[in-house]
Design a protein around this ligand. Sequence first.
Ligand code: HEM
Length: 409
Amino acid sequence: MNRNVEMLDPAIMGNENSMYALFDYLRREDPVSYVNHEDFEPFWAITRHEDVKFISQNNNRFLNNPRTVLMEREFEQALLDQFGTRNGLETLIHMDEPKHKKLRGVTRDWFKPGPISKLSGSVQRIAKEFVDKLEDLGGDCDFVKEISLLYPLRVIMSIIGIPEEKEAMMLKLTQELFGASDPTQSRGEDPETNIAVLLDFFSYFKSLVEDRTSNPQDDLATVLANALLDGEPMEELDQISYFIITATAGHDTTAATVGGGMKALLDNPEQMARLQANPDLCASAAKEMVRYVSPVRHMMRTTTQDEVFQGQRITAGESLCLWYPSANRDSEVFSNPDVFDIERDNRNQLAFGYGGHMCLGQHLAVLEVELFFRELLPRLKHMEVSAEPEWVQAVFVGGLKSMPVSYRF
Ligand code: HEM
């Protein structure tokens, strides 16, 4: 059996060592690899940086619709039956031009570096709240479950305008959506249960739109609820889907980066010492954490014409799967790619994707990670991992599920 099917195994992808070993092998031996597994529609796995970047950059040649994320055949069919598309939802990430650009325009300015830097004060307050919580926990806790998972959730919920009492529900729904292949996070295995998760998101955001239409406030929910496209209100389905992508894309990913970034510092005490001695390196360290963790494992594209990559012929209409953690460890682009280096030049990293769909929330994500460590490191005297960390078993958004630590302030 071809080794490439290992990328469909959540247990292999949920373990850093086995995931990177697989990608090292594929980049070297089989960089454009045809994956044929009975539970999935076939696709080409793209693992080299140059190919991932080229495909991401050419949005009109490689489309996001109809197949954006890897899903089992049976689940894709259930979505097709229920929603009329293989993706189920149609959020920004599932759209192509011209609709994508139009909808992205609704929040594009909101997420630019200038407006995002104005949020520094409130993000910093939330970072302090969580570092205070860590101190109050007294020296032993699960860093992931009690801190890193909850901090980005509070940031994105406050930006959208979702009240604190709904956070637990949003976290559960996001984990059920992204961790559907992890037995400890999914609601159930059958496709109907996964569709029920989507419907729960719908019903909550529908009520939020109703509220912000009649009671506008200074939050992202108000921008989305009242946006006009060509002078007309957004279609309800587009609007609710927009809420779902901003709420879900905005926390599990950043949470994985804060958790994985903390682990990387603990595994590399010389980097930790360098950062503690020079907190101004936190912005650069945050970008290295994003590269090193690469929490979004893949996105897919569909070819519109015949292509040749690394000598492999690909026919128009076939699917490509872009593996970001692999591209970010490609030694053609990064020297010593497996080394965690807080001063690395990360301009070429692809953890946020590239091209027209490049992560809308990237500046917010980096700010959140930076401000957390800026608050924590001057106060932290010592920390160590006190029991084996656990990883989410997922092939889409990965990261730590648990990391018990002992520490002193
Ligand atoms: C470290 C944290 C994050 C990582 C690694 C990450 C990664 C990604 C990636 C890989 C994509 C697809 C890019 C492509 O196809 O070229 C994406 C898209 C997106 N991300 Fe993020 N993301 C993060 C945080 C956030 C945050 C905080 C938000 C805030 C709302 C966000 C919102 C979005 C949205 C809306 C899209 C869809 C953009 C489009 O299709 O036009 N992300 N992200």
